[in-house]
Design a protein around this ligand. Structure first.
Ligand SMILES: Cc1cc2nc3c(=O)[nH]c(=O)nc-3n(C[C@H](O)[C@H](O)[C@H](O)COP(=O)(O)OP(=O)(O)OC[C@H]3O[C@@H](n4cnc5c(N)ncnc54)[C@H](O)[C@@H]3O)c2cc1C
Length: 472
């Protein structure tokens, strides 16, 4: 295919829908995704053998979207197993692939559909083998057909807990309990607030039914305060919490488990957009630091759009709709459709977006991170897993003037490891803000630099020589 007009970063529901919509109006697109198949987190494709092992857990919507994409191959180039590790000059995009090195693409427009990460706050014992996120357990059980453990507790907050717990049950795994931090009375509001998105409510009740039939208790208003074990996890301790998630330690209970799946919702993944110069802002209900966008889903940078969880955590239905809206807008801005057609196509999509937004907002309010969670760390708790920085070291650095990501990184090495602060900084920013008694915006986000993910040196070296040749 000749040079793409539109580059889409991420092949989840948002990215796939954006490509389908734009290409069906004649836009030449390229989707880049680091996964071996398109699908993103929810529709991640499974190998044939795993499909056979878990047919009930495969979501047919992923296959439908992949089929629609395949019908447009003359206009959509798919680059899977490829990672965009940097952007310079606003739109010079470095696409790296092991074995074939780095290629630079300069598209006329870009849609960032980069998805989200799970949010994992540090607490005593969280680095023990046997503690993992619900998403990791899901990948093991659903996509790789590997049992994450034999006695599992799923804990934290948000809809993903129920999805994963029920999937583990369907794989025959003993889920001892689900511990949800938010109070039950607050969850009871969900059906009233989200009745318009009835299909999602039905899906949610389906997960609860699986858990009830299997006799898995769901305890609301409880958090895991610490985990213990010699070489690996053997016990967790959990306690009831007040509305700000401060635990009542006198009522702590212990459970014997070999696996704890723990996650407190999702946070937007937007390092790449930041490298392209897109502005971000802190949005408590959107998953932390999110991209600034206008009504047309355009970021602050010309011709760069953002759709789906990467722009603000909202779930797969909204990701699909936003992907389509962004794809349409790009088609209009590149002259493939006129303003009248754009408006006509936008209307039903906007109505659908509206239909899902009340449920999305309700979930966002229910699962927002509360201050009690940030006070679980004790002096010896590791707060940066990659560099093994402990809270006492970070605290000392704060007391000696460390006030934001950059200063704390230089003083303690926090955030300098493989994950490049993706996992440690979001909860640490809250811990630092709470400790100093200031607003989180004063503590600030990570300022990402290329490469945004670990890349082999020969891939970067080759990129450098390609760039030099280009300028000669
Ligand atoms: C671990 C996890 C498990 C989830 N499980 C469920 C579930 O079971 N059910 C459910 O309803 N919802 C689930 N969700 C939420 C749901 O997946 C999302 O709401 C939805 O997928 C958002 O779609 P998206 O297209 O915005 O992002 P995603 O589906 O996350 O897709 C983003 C894609 O971008 C790619 N990407 C990002 N950066 C780059 C880069 N620099 N270079 C190349 N590729 C890149 C990623 O590899 C990913 O494939 C899960 C979320 C997570 C994080």
């Amino acid at each position: 295919m000749s040079k793409p007009e539109l580059l889409i970063v991420g092949g989840g529901p948002a990215g796939m829908s954006a490509a389908i919509e734009a290409a069906s109006h004649g836009v030449r697109c390229c989707i880049v995704d680091e996964g071996r198949e398109l699908g993103g987190q929810i529709y991640r494709d499974a190998h044939a053998i795993e499909r056979e092992a878990s047919p009930d857990l495969i979501n047919p919507r992923g296959d439908e979207l992949r089929k629609q994409l395949a019908a447009l191959t003359n206009l959509i180039e798919v680059r899977s197993d490829s990672m965009i590790w940097g952007i310079s000059d606003g739109n010079k995009v470095a696409v790296g692939k092991e074995a074939s090195g780095t290629e630079f693409i300069t598209p006329a427009a870009m849609i960032m559909a980069t998805g989200a990460y799970e949010y994992i706050p540090p607490f005593p014992g969280w680095t023990l083998p046997g503690v993992m996120t619900p998403g990791s357990a899901q990948i093991l059980a659903k996509n790789l057909n590997v049992m994450p453990g034999n006695r599992i507790v799923v804990a934290g907050t948000g809809p993903l807990l129920y999805v994963v717990a029920s999937q583990l049950v369907q794989k025959g795994i003993n889920v001892v309990a689900v511990l949800e931090a938010t109070q039950r009375r607050d969850w009871l509001k969900v059906p009233f607030a989200g009745w318009q998105a009835w299909e999602l409510l039905k899906e949610g009740f389906g997960y609860l039914r699986v858990l009830r039939r299997a006799g898995v208790p769901v305890y609301y208003g409880r958090i895991v305060t610490h985990a213990e074990g010699d070489a690996e996890l053997s016990h967790i301790y959990h306690a009831p919490v007040d509305k700000n998630w401060f635990p009542d330690r006198d009522k702590e209970e212990c459970l014997e488990v070999d696996t704890l799946c723990i996650g407190y919702g999702l946070q937007s993944r937007n390092y790449l957009a930041q490298l392209a110069g897109c502005k971000i802002e802190f949005d408590e209900l959107g998953g932390g630091w999110v991209l600034q966008r206008d009504k047309r889903l355009r970021t602050s940078q010309p011709n760069i759009y953002a759709a789906g969880d990467g722009a603000g955590v909202a779930g797969s239905k909204i990701a699909e709709l936003e992907g389509r809206l962004a794809g349409l807008d790009v088609a209009a801005s590149l002259g493939h459709i006129d303003a009248e057609k754009l408006q006509q196509k936008n209307k039903p999509l906007q109505r659908e977006l509206e239909r899902f937004s009340s449920l999305k907002n309700t979930f966002a309010r229910l699962t927002r991170i509360r201050p009690g969670l940030t006070e679980l760390v004790d002096t010896d708790t590791i707060v940066c897993r990659c560099e093994e920085v402990r809270w006492k070291e970070a605290k000392e650095a704060i007391e000696h003037g460390g006030h934001d990501f950059r200063t704390l990184k230089v003083m303690t090495r926090l955030g300098m490891g493989m994950c490049q602060a993706r996992f440690c900084w979001p909860p640490m920013a809250r811990i630092v803000a709470q400790y100093k008694g200031c607003d989180i915006s004063e503590v600030g986000p990570v300022r990402p630099r290329p490469p945004i993910r670990p890349v082999r040196l020969d891939v970067i070296a080759e990129a450098q020589s390609n760039q030099t040749q280009e300028t000669e």
